[in-house]
Design a protein around this ligand. Structure first.
Ligand code: F6P
Length: 359
């Protein structure tokens, strides 16, 4: 393979705190190695010229230009979820266009969907390095993803405030956090705030048990317990006719209404005779300024990405691509195929889950 002289970089999927710090790191390390860095806008869409101004889709990233985005919120490169990239012919065209523009390799910051796209590009002859940019912490090969620590800190801060108001008014709280199908943000927020209950997509849960626990806590003098719920926990609820509880209270509920944080709080309020209130934390988790941990991880990951692309170590096989992650607290890299291995299940600490729900 020819010596790499020009690389591209994109952020893809949901934005996550630390993405910009990784761009700064790649820009500075590229300059040091004599590489030209091109920023590709709006994820894989930028490779396909799908935006309204395709001429703005790719820009030269001068380290001077990006110097000040280290702790900027959101992603400077913009982001998108690109469904077209699932089509093989679209990926082949993207690889051809990259060759035409002299972009010999890519650094992709994103979650597992973005990694699958990167792995396919590697197979088409475009070496890619992945940096795990997602607040969800849902990748099995890494102990932490970029943005996860920040998201947890945002949630912890919010729950501390919510618990103060809960205490003032003797009201329980239901707090919904993000995480897609991974309960890590919910679990970590729960243990860091002393929340009395947590529901995650990894574990089956029972509405009656939750209501009973709330009643028990109230009987013991805790009138302001907090229930942390992970956004996609609904499908793990044991069968329970919650609509009947709402309808019996004289409120209107339709067959196609689905359970959400607001309705869960209402059902608990009706079942345990409390003033439970709901808060959905939402995008504040993604648009936050990165914590020191995430910024530092981004910096190390960016440096490792450039090292991998420029190393003359014969042991490295760029045709497989590499994903950067954290193992035993240290930044490391592993082939994409290993990072995406479906047989390697993401660890979930069931013991901790039971402890939170029983103390
Ligand atoms: O992957 C990050 C994430 O925030 C998930 O936690 C959430 O399920 C999803 O993105 C929401 O995506 P969108 O902002 O596109 O609705």
């Amino acid at each position: 393979m020819d010596k790499i002289k020009r690389i591209g970089m994109l952020t893809s999927g949901g934005d996550s705190p630390g993405m910009n710090a990784a761009v700064v790191s790649v820009a500075r390390c590229s300059m040091k190695k004599g590489l030209q860095l091109m920023g590709i806008k709006r994820g894989y869409n930028g490779l396909l010229g799908l935006s309204e101004n395709p001429e703005d889709d790719i820009e030269y990233l001068d380290p001077e230009t990006v110097l000040d985005i280290m702790d900027m919120r959101g992603t400077y490169l913009r982001t998108a979820r690109c469904m077209q990239f699932l089509q093989p012919e679209v990926r082949s065209k993207a690889a051809e266009d990259l060759h035409k523009q002299g972009i010999q390799a890519l650094v992709v910051i994103g979650g597992d969907g973005s990694y699958h796209g990167a792995l396919e590009l590697c197979r088409l002859g475009v070496p890619c390095i992945g940096i795990p940019g997602t607040i969800d912490n849902d990748l099995s090969y890494t102990e932490s993803t970029l943005g996860y620590d920040t998201a947890v800190n945002v949630c912890v801060e919010a729950v501390r405030s919510i618990r103060a108001t809960s205490r003032s008014h003797d009201r329980p709280a239901v707090v919904q956090v993000m995480g897609r199908n991974c309960g890590d943000i919910a679990m970590r927020t729960a243990i860091a705030t002393g929340a009395e209950m947590v529901i995650v997509p990894e574990m089956e849960w029972d509405m009656e048990e939750i209501a009973d626990r709330l009643k028990y806590l109230i009987s013991k003098g805790n009138t302001r317990a907090t229930l942390i719920i992970s956004e996609h926990c609904w499908h793990k609820m044991k069968p329970f006719d919650w609509r009947k509880i709402i309808a019996d209270s004289g409120r209107v509920i339709h067959d196609d209404d689905t359970l959400n944080a607001e309705r869960l709080a209402l059902v608990l309020k009706l079942m345990s005779n409390t003033e439970a209130r709901a808060t959905v934390i939402g995008y504040t988790q993604r648009g936050a300024i990165p914590t020191a941990y995430d910024s530092a991880f981004a910096f190390e990951a960016g440096r490792m990405a450039v090292e991998l692309l420029t190393s003359e170590d014969g042991q490295r096989d760029l045709t497989t691509g590499y994903a950067i992650g954290v193992r035993d607290g240290r930044v490391y890299h592993t082939p994409f195929a290993d990072a995406l291995d479906e047989n390697k299940k993401k660890f979930f600490d069931e013991n901790l889950y039971h402890v939170v729900n029983s103390l």
